[in-house]
Design a protein around this ligand. Structure first.
Ligand SMILES: [Zn+2]
Length: 242
């Protein structure tokens, strides 16, 4: 897939802590997220790195192993659904995970300055921003205020869905997630370069609000394939308990 990247994981010289070294490869970082989501879905979260001792330990510096570019939806709290704690995730959230300049700059900061090896675009079913854009397109009316900027940013995904014959809301959401991955790579040469060098990967995942499970939206880069199975095995197609 053109919007995903080669991976290989070359630890950066500045990543010196044991944990950062262990999670400096994109595939390992993704595996950690999958494992945490499985704990959350199974009702057995461990709440790692949320204690006072860890809080003090990370006060002097951060080495997050994943950037989450997620929707602002209040039911999509990254540290909860991936069962992680302080210093683990660099989270950037906007309605509909729209990716303007500030979002791109934030992602570039995490990847190039902090050495974060994985960027995850996190969307979800029944996304209100996608629904708002759909209604706006259907009625030919634009929302007032700055909400229009959100809708305008989602419209290209709607046009792509229409061209592909996809008209159900969750199918459109999947396309919008893939579109956001492509936007990040297309609008950020800095990020694209990191991916081309194998130091970082960008993936898109979709979250199910009721089941709590995430699943890859697009084909994952080589090396991620074996991690696909456990995530899909708990897809709502086989009911999960939450
Ligand atoms: Zn949303």
């Amino acid at each position: 897939m053109s919007h995903t990247g080669s991976v290989g994981g070359q630890p950066g010289a500045q990543r010196t802590t044991d944990r950062a070294s262990a999670l400096s490869e994109p595939t390992r970082a993704y595996a950690e997220l999958v494992a945490g989501n499985l704990r959350f879905v199974g009702g057995a979260p461990r709440h790692p790195n949320q204690d006072a001792g860890h809080r003090a330990a990370v006060a002097d510096g951060q080495h997050p192993f994943a950037v989450i570019v997620g929707c602002s939806d209040s039911r999509l709290a990254a540290e909860i659904i991936f069962d992680r704690g302080l210093g683990d995730l660099f989270v950037v959230r906007t309605a509909g995970h729209t990716a303007g300049p500030e979002v791109l700059g934030s992602v570039e900061y995490a990847v190039t300055v902090l050495g974060t090896p994985l960027v995850v675009v996190l969307g979800h079913d029944s996304c209100g921003a996608v629904q708002a854009a759909r209604e706006s397109a259907a009625t030919g009316t634009a929302p007032s205020g700055h909400l229009r900027a959100v809708v305008d940013a989602v419209l290209p995904s709607l046009r792509r869905a229409e061209a592909e014959g996809v008209d159900d809301i969750d199918g459109i959401v999947d396309i919008h997630i893939a579109q956001t991955v492509e936007t990040l790579l297309g609008q950020s040469p800095v990020l694209a370069e990191e991916v081309a060098r194998g130091r970082c990967a960008v993936v898109g995942v979709s979250y199910r609000l009721a089941a709590g499970v995430v699943r890859p939206v697009a084909a994952l880069p080589a090396g991620f394939a074996t991690l696909d199975a456990p995530a899909r095995s708990t897809d709502p197609a086989t009911p999960a308990t939450v």
